[in-house]
Design a protein around this ligand. Sequence first.
Ligand SMILES: N#Cc1c(-c2ccc3ccn(Cc4ccc(CN5CCCCC5)cc4)c3c2)n[nH]c1N
Length: 244
Amino acid sequence: MRLDVFSIFPEYLAALDLSLVGKAAKSGLLDVRVHDLRDWTHDRHRTVDDTPSGGGAGMVMKPEPWGEALDAVAPVDGPAQPRLIVPTPAGRPFSQELAYELAAEPWLAFACGRYEGIDARVAEYAGERMRVDEVSIGDYVLNGGEVAVLVMVEAVARLLPGVIGNPESLAEESHSGDGLLEYPVYTKPTSWRGHDVPDVLLSGNHALIAQWRHDQAVRRTAERRPDLLAAWGGVVAGKDDAAA
Ligand SMILES: N#Cc1c(-c2ccc3ccn(Cc4ccc(CN5CCCCC5)cc4)c3c2)n[nH]c1N
């Protein structure tokens, strides 16, 4: 998979050189290219913003640098086009489902906006030749798209074959397995500062352990994400299970 990221703070994306995504890039599973949007400006101040049409607070990102950047990296007459992801508070919610969808794409491009956003014509222009998704990572306001891109790239990259060591763990995760939140995890020592690993996990009884983990997942989901529990629609063994 090829990933292109456009930003006026390319150093913000240095985190993509680290850990799981960094290893995937070094192993050739990912081809990560970060671009400084200001490379497509032509004035002395390398201007990327201007006042909002119609008035209002703040500044808006000018369309010209974006158009030139997209044309340079994904030429109109090129053999292929990326799927363009534009983080924005007004976007469709990013989800594990969308992460799986994006993980199947051969080429993704991410447009990191700043200020009050990117001139809307950029998405319109790009949409003439590539799929464009305006996506939000949550109902809170950030100062720009870079953090959102780091979140989405990590969520997508870890789904690529060969990227994480234990693909079996993907099946057990929240939001991608049975629709429940994960159960609590423990490791050694079995007793730590007066807190013990639950006995069932030391029993060696795999059926009991599986049941306990399921019950814990249901309890947690009921407590923290009742919306997921409703969607899960599973049969909660006993009326007290969810609250136990
Ligand atoms: N993904 C994601 C995000 C973002 C995100 C993503 C990308 C950019 C680019 C710039 N900003 C800052 C910003 C701040 C406020 C507003 C709202 N204004 C209302 C009045 C009219 C103008 C727009 C828009 C843009 C961004 C924020 N925030 N939260 C998420 N989950």
